[in-house]
Design a protein around this ligand. Structure first.
Ligand code: NI
Length: 186
């Protein structure tokens, strides 16, 4: 187990479309997942995608289970290891018959010190596999849906600033949220 270096925005490796995982339940894959969990925990991240540590695979992890100091207001999201994900936007439980977008603040460990308001689908279904090859199929909304969309964006070379529409709501965390007790790097 090891904490790996997180690549920062500007690194071309963050712009690739990641390759699907073809071998599940291997020692190599389990070691990679362990390293990613250690790296996410050390950075207090809500999620981490393999490309962020320079690994060109469709693999994301997310979730905390407990309140996260980077997102103290966010509801807990189950700790999840998700490979080869597919996301389908869904209409809200109540309301319009088509998917709707909602706006909220996001940060990213590859874009330290900054936050922006980013539009995401309010409700999505996501499918894929865990590291053992067992299928995952969930329908989620709110912060859980936001985190999944953010992390899976890393697998198609998208960082959240590329999704920002209103740059008047993009700035430094220390200025926007001075009460947020997190190290300035994150
Ligand atoms: Ni990110």
């Amino acid at each position: 187990m090891a904490v790996r270096e997180i690549l920062l925005m500007g690194d071309a490796r963050l712009l690739r479309c990641a390759q699907p995982v073809t071998a599940f339940d291997t020692d190599e894959l389990h070691l990679l997942v362990t390293d990613m969990l250690d790296t996410m925990l050390a950075a207090n991240g809500a999620g981490l995608a393999a490309p962020q540590i320079g690994v060109d695979l469709q693999l994301v992890i997310f979730g905390t289970g407990a309140p996260n100091p980077r997102y103290p207001e966010a509801p807990p999201v189950p700790k999840t290891v998700l490979l080869n994900p597919v996301i389908t936007p869904l209409a809200p439980d109540h309301g319009p018959a088509t998917p709707v977008e909602v706006e909220d603040w996001e940060g990213c460990l590859s874009v330290p010190g900054l936050r922006a308001v980013v539009p995401r689908f309010q409700r999505v279904r996501y499918t894929g596999f865990d590291q053992y090859g067992d299928p995952i199929d969930r329908t989620v909304d709110g912060f859980h849906a936001r985190v999944v969309q953010h992390e899976c964006d890393h697998l198609i070379g998208k960082l959240y600033p590329m999704r920002v529409r209103d740059f008047s709501r993009f700035g430094f965390t220390s200025v926007l949220f001075p009460g947020l007790d997190i190290p300035s790097r994150k």
